[in-house]
Design a protein around this ligand. Structure first.
Ligand SMILES: Cc1cc2nc3c(=O)[nH]c(=O)nc-3n(C[C@H](O)[C@H](O)[C@H](O)COP(=O)(O)O)c2cc1C
Length: 370
């Protein structure tokens, strides 16, 4: 067996049998309708990428107050559920598997994108010290409204309700977005969570919101349909400080382990963190681990296969390469180069840069595109 074959062996992930180890990482594409409903193009986009071992969708809002940027979909209304049903059907018709990433922005929210009448909410009234990119240029992050203890409990339940909708829509499961500085990550962090109630304070208080959410979602749809994304070390997004990451993540992961979840998805820490997030989590996690390089590194197919062979990860997620290359798995298999992603169309409306990246087959038919 060559090292490369590691990428093309099947594996059980929760209740799914995945045919290869290449996961499509969650990527916001800002192309939903104003009501947060995914469009027919969204179904086409994900169906084009159905050969991934597993697709994790863009962040999908579980509640009305979770929005933070324009054009992002939700899964809290009947219309949104119908939209996701079409996406799930399109991916399954092409033989794929798809989890929805549940994403609450918390304090990282453009107030104009939050549902009218609502204010961004967060563990504590602390604005992130980072410019917030918007279609009109960067703005200062708002000071969020503090969630009451009762509201935190309601948000836990709301994640479970959204997960039920996702499964009812035919999606294979959900991933809780506890990475990159958004709400669930804000609860974990020492500088965004200054609460004095049971959801703040020491490590055991700060991990409580995520543990309760994971347990509620697992109870609602079955633990083998639930994954969690974390980025120990803060990543480089959204003003998160985690001076105690080496204590917090082992405690968190050990708290999650008995739930029997499908997977943990770890974004590798930036070099500046001084440790590997993947290697921090692995010894504490008995089940499937998906690793993603994060924004500052590049992993190719050989890097991924080497990690899998060494037991550091079970699957590897790629973001931008999957965005640009619908047939990425086939290109890995035959050693062909992927397409080049165009950052100018990552978040722009319309089909350009969304559903028009060519497969190798199309490139060979029309060499002018190469
Ligand atoms: C356009 C774009 C949108 C993204 N949106 C999300 C998101 O909604 N949720 C998330 O967890 N990560 C998001 N990310 C981060 C990616 O999942 C991934 O961690 C990052 O791109 C690094 O992996 P890569 O080098 O393979 O692209 C996004 C990245 C990009 C490029």
């Amino acid at each position: 067996m060559s090292i490369h074959d590691q990428l093309f062996t099947s594996r059980r992930v929760g209740r799914l049998e995945v045919p290869n180890r290449a996961v499509m990482a969650p990527m916001t594409r800002s192309r939903a309708g104003a009501d947060g409903v995914p469009t027919p193009s969204t179904a086409t986009y994900y169906a084009q990428r159905a050969s991934a071992g597993l697709i994790i969708t863009e962040g999908v809002h579980p509640t009305r107050d979770a929005h933070g940027a324009p054009g992002c979909p939700g899964i809290y209304t009947d219309e949104q559920e119908v939209g996701w049903r079409a996406v799930a059907q399109a991916v399954h018709a092409r033989g794929g598997r798809i989890f929805a990433q549940l994403w609450h922005c918390g304090r990282i929210a453009d107030p104009r994108a939050v549902t009218p009448g609502l204010r961004p909410v967060a563990p504590s009234p602390v604005a992130a010290r980072t410019p917030l990119p918007t279609p009109d240029g960067p703005i200062a992050c708002p000071v969020p409204r503090t969630l009451t203890t009762a509201e935190v409990g309601s948000l836990v339940d709301a994640h479970a309700d959204a997960a039920v909708r996702a499964v009812r829509a035919g999606l294979d499961g959900v991933e809780l977005h506890a990475a990159n500085g958004f709400l669930l990550h804000q609860f974990l962090s020492a500088n965004a969570n200054l609460r004095a109630d049971r959801y703040g304070g020491d490590v055991s208080g700060r991990i409580r919101m995520l543990l309760e959410t994971a347990a509620a979602v697992a109870e609602a749809i079955g633990p083998d349909r639930v994954g969690i994304r974390v980025s120990p070390g803060g990543g480089r997004y959204n003003d998160i400080e985690e001076p105690d990451a080496r204590d917090l993540y082992p405690a968190l992961i050990e708290g999650l382990a008995p739930l029997g979840l499908a997977y943990v998805h770890v974004v590798e820490a930036p070099a500046a963190a001084g440790f590997s997030a993947v290697d921090l989590v692995r010894p504490h996690w008995p089940a499937t681990l998906i690793a993603n390089a994060g924004p500052d590194r590049r992993w190719d197919a050989t890097d991924a296969a080497t990690m899998i062979e060494a037991g550091r990860a079970d699957l590897v997620a790629w973001g931008r390469l999957f965005l640009a290359t619908p047939d990425l798995v086939e290109r890995f298999r035959i050693g062909a180069l992927p397409n080049v992603p165009d950052p100018n169309t990552f978040y722009t409306p319309g089909d350009r840069g969304y559903v028009d990246y060519p497969t190798l087959e199309r490139l060979q038919d029309d060499p002018s595109r190469m």
